[in-house]
Ligand binder design. Structure first.
Ligand SMILES: Cc1ncc(COP(=O)(O)O)c(C=O)c1O
Length: 274
């Protein structure tokens, strides 16, 4: 079971094993708990995968009450939840929420990463899971690549010894907040009525839903002529759909470029809608 939409690389990784994907709708406060319950009752499900903080691609974060509802649905079932959580340290507004492990205990497998805090190039992360799952994961990891690069691990270790990671996190949080605010303001100014967007409290992405019938793939073709790129949303749907959606990133460009980029995108959307 994955969210609808879900993280593209998770679709790709799971896809290698040719699973039957079941997509559960994602609302503003997390996965639809009733739909999750139904999917679990109607199918033999092995894994539930969720990005519960500042989700990639939507920027959505699960509320505390939603986490509790999902834990209640999963509790007595023989199924694990992967809580893929590389973004929780990047909260720049709102209240922190406890991870799924706090609601679900050992049934949750928690993933973390240095990719969003130190550098994506190292692709170093960690897993927190109960021992019998860790034993299997260690064998699977060895079969996949023997081990993560020792050199990369030493570089990150030394970085953490020599620097104050918390003050670095404060710095990027403040920058991402300004960039996010700039993008939200620019969208509200430049995009026509009928276009919806999320308002993330952290992370790197926000999600735009165009009016029904407007294809973000077609929009991409027009936007790229204006030198603006985004990720068409369709790629994040494991079972199809999302033709009128797109993911925008606010962490990579400075405020000036965000304003200009959104203005160009707004013109492209307007020209399609007329
Ligand atoms: C939800 C999610 N999980 C995992 C990753 C990748 O993490 P890592 O670089 O540690 O593989 C990303 C982004 O790159 C992501 O958005």
């Amino acid at each position: 079971i994955v969210e609808r939409p879900t993280y593209l690389a998770a679709i790709q990784s799971f896809g290698m094993f040719e699973p039957q994907f079941l997509s559960v709708p994602l609302h503003h406060d997390g996965m639809d708990a009733d739909a999750l319950d139904r999917a679990l009752s109607e199918h033999q499900v092995k894994l539930v995968y969720a990005v519960t903080n500042f989700q990639n691609p939507t920027g959505i974060t699960y509320s505390s009450s939603k986490r509790q509802e999902i834990a209640d649905v999963l509790k007595d079932r023989n199924v694990a939840l992967i809580d893929d959580n590389p973004y929780s340290d990047l909260r720049f507004m709102g209240e922190e929420v406890a991870p799924m492990k706090a609601f679900l205990g050992d049934q949750a497998i928690m993933l973390g990463s240095f990719s969003k805090l130190v550098s994506p190039g190292f692709r170093l992360g960690w897993i927190c899971a109960r021992e019998e799952i860790m034993e299997k994961l260690i064998v699977a990891k060895q079969a996949a690549d023997l081990h993560s690069s020792c050199f990369a691990q030493r570089v990150v270790h030394q970085y953490l010894v020599d620097n104050d990671i918390n003050s670095h996190i404060e710095k990027i949080r403040a920058a991402y907040r300004r960039q996010r605010d700039t993008m939200v303001e620019a969208i509200e100014e430049s995009f026509p009525a009928g276009v919806e967007h999320t308002r993330p409290e952290g992370g790197m992405f926000l999600w735009v839903t165009l009016p029904e019938g407007i294809s973000s793939l077609e929009l991409f073709g027009r936007a790229i002529k204006e030198n603006v790129a985004f990720v068409p949303g369709q790629a994040f749907f494991a079972n199809g759909g999302g033709e009128n959606t797109m993911r925008l990133n606010f962490s990579n460009s400075d405020e000036e470029r965000i304003v200009e980029g959104i203005a160009r995108l707004g013109r492209a959307i307007n020209s399609m809608m007329s």
